[in-house]
Ligand binder design. Sequence first.
Ligand SMILES: NC(=O)c1ccc[n+]([C@@H]2O[C@H](COP(=O)([O-])OP(=O)(O)OC[C@H]3O[C@@H](n4cnc5c(N)ncnc54)[C@H](O)[C@@H]3O)[C@@H](O)[C@H]2O)c1
Length: 261
Amino acid sequence: MKIDFSGQVAIVTGAGGGIGRAVSLALSGLGARVLLVDLSQDSGLKTEAHIHQSGGEAVFVKADVSQAQDVENYVKVALDTWGRIDIFMNNAAWQGEINSIVNYPVAMFDKVMGINVRGVFLGLKYVLPTMIKQGKGAVINTASLGAYIGTRNLGPYTASKHAVLGLTKTAALEVARKGIRVNAVCPGPVDTEMLRLIESDQATAQGQASAASLREQRAASIPDGRYADPEEVANLMIYLASDFASHITGQGLQINGGSHA
Ligand SMILES: NC(=O)c1ccc[n+]([C@@H]2O[C@H](COP(=O)([O-])OP(=O)(O)OC[C@H]3O[C@@H](n4cnc5c(N)ncnc54)[C@H](O)[C@@H]3O)[C@@H](O)[C@H]2O)c1
C-alpha cells in the first residue's frame, strides 16, 4: 500500500501558517486538491502559490474560523469547486496573550476560545455532513501537548487544547459507523511563527535574557534535544488521513520527541 490522495479533496485551516503550509504541500504532493483557509490573505496566498508552482491544484479562501458564516462559506467553496471533502485538517489556532489567569483579560480569553474551540467545533459541524453523505472522510484536529498538561501563563490556550481533544473524541464516537475517522495530533514545541511569538512573550514575562536563551533551554529539556519541524507534524497528519490509519479514531496522537514519556 502507498499513500495516494489522487481524486481526493482536502480542506486545511490555518493553511498560511507553519504546520498548515507543510501539510497543505504534503497533501498536494500526494495528489489531493486542497482548499486553503486562513485569516491572513498574504500567507494563505503564499501557500497557494507554492502549490501552483509545483503543479498542484489549490484554492485559497480567506475566513475567520470562529465565525459560522465564514466556515459555511469555505465548505461551500470546496463543494462548489470540487464536489466533495475527503480530508479535513482542522488546524487554525491562536496562542493569545502570555499572562496569569488572575491577570488575563476576559475578552482575550473569549477570543482564544472563539478561534481554538468554536473554530474547531464549527469546522466539524459544517464539514461532517458532507462526509456523512459520502460515507467516507478523515478529520485531523490540531490539539497540542497542552491538551494533556498545564503551562504557566498559557491558561486559555491550554484549556482550548484540552477542549479540542474532547471534541475529537465526541465527534469520533458520533461518526464511527459512518466511514469517518476523527483524530487529533498533539505536538510538543514546533518550529513555527506561533512558537516564536510565545517564546518572546514568555521571555519578557519571566524576565529571561532573551527568547533565544529560553528556546535553547526548552529544546534541551526535550528528550531528543530539539523542536519538531512542521513537516514532521505534517507527516503524522498525512498518516492519520491515509488508509494506513484505517482503524485509528478518537485518539490524540502525541509527537514531541519523547517529552513526558
Ligand atoms: N508551534 C507549536 O509549537 C505548536 C505546538 C502544538 C500545537 N500547535 C498547533 O498547531 C496549529 C498550527 O500552528 P502553527 O504552529 O503552524 O502556528 P502559525 O501561527 O504558524 O499558524 C497558525 C495559522 O492560523 C491562522 N489563523 C489564526 N487565527 C485564525 C482564524 N481566526 N481564522 C483562520 N485562520 C486563523 C494564522 O493566520 C496562521 O496562518 C495550531 O492549532 C497550534 O495551536 C502548535
